[in-house]
Write a protein that binds this ligand. Structure first.
Ligand code: PD2
Ligand code: ZN
Length: 230
């Protein structure tokens, strides 16, 4: 459509350039050896190992568990939130820097992705139970929708996502990119990074959280914005 072509004509947004340009095996950040397990150019994807320690994963789950409620999505008509059958998980968000642990993880992400802390959204924690999933979607907002304006006014467009796996589900719960034809299995402490330099399907960044078949799945998600957020 003419509307979606506008986001192509405007040219690319700047996206994070994580510390993986020289194809390292591991990256030392915040005293940790983070593994680089896979890099893909298009869609731009990086899979990291050991981004979070096992104990950090457990602590995040323990902090989040009593605070989770049914997940919502952005209502593109109003700009508010609404329930959606495509996203059946439960979740919560920590304020940026809410605890020492949260701040340390957010600073680690800043250093690894080379993207300012202030341009990160609050860390979200999601829990999926058996049968729950997040159907394929884009993480950017469609700028032509009426509800996009209030979202974009606070920090601009999303340009990248980091999904950190806080446990290894007993079965299922990977993340897939149906247009690009691959999937990432959920492993505790590992993380999936992907970026999208414009709000357009040409980024091939459509992805989903696949149904959990046994056990629970817990993830922490950090979205990165063009500009300072909140
Ligand atoms: O939980 C996931 O694997 C997942 C997959 C895709 C989460 C999100 N997107 C998201 O929160 O945007
Ligand atoms: Zn997503």
């Amino acid at each position: 459509t003419a509307e979606t072509d506008a986001s192509v004509d405007e040219g690319p947004n700047t996206v994070p350039q994580p510390l993986t340009a020289d194809s390292p095996n591991t990256i030392r950040v915040d005293g940790r050896e983070i593994s680089v397990l896979l890099q893909l150019k298009h869609p731009r994807v990086i899979v990291f190992g050991n981004l979070l320690g096992q104990d950090e994963c457990d602590k995040l789950v323990a902090l989040a568990r009593p605070r989770i409620t049914a997940s919502s999505v952005i209502d593109m008509q109003s700009g508010g939130n609404k329930q959606d059958e495509g996203r059946t998980s439960s979740g919560m968000a920590f304020r940026r820097g809410e605890t020492k642990l949260i701040e340390r993880i957010e600073r680690r992400i800043e250093a690894l992705l080379q993207w300012p802390y202030e341009r990160g959204e609050a860390l979200q924690i999601l829990r999926y139970e058996v049968g729950q999933e997040y159907k394929p979607h884009y993480d950017y907002v469609d700028p032509t929708q009426p509800g996009a304006a209030p979202f974009l006014a606070r920090g601009g467009q999303r340009v990248a996502s980091l999904v950190m796996y806080l446990n290894t589900p007993l079965d299922g719960g990977g993340t897939n990119f149906p247009d690009a034809g691959f999937e990432i299995a959920a492993h505790k402490g590992c993380a999936l990074y992907f970026s999208y330099d414009r709000p357009h399907p040409m980024t091939r960044s459509r992805h989903g959280g696949m149904p959990v078949r046994a056990g629970e799945k817990w993830v922490a998600t950090k979205w990165l914005r063009e500009a300072e957020h909140q």
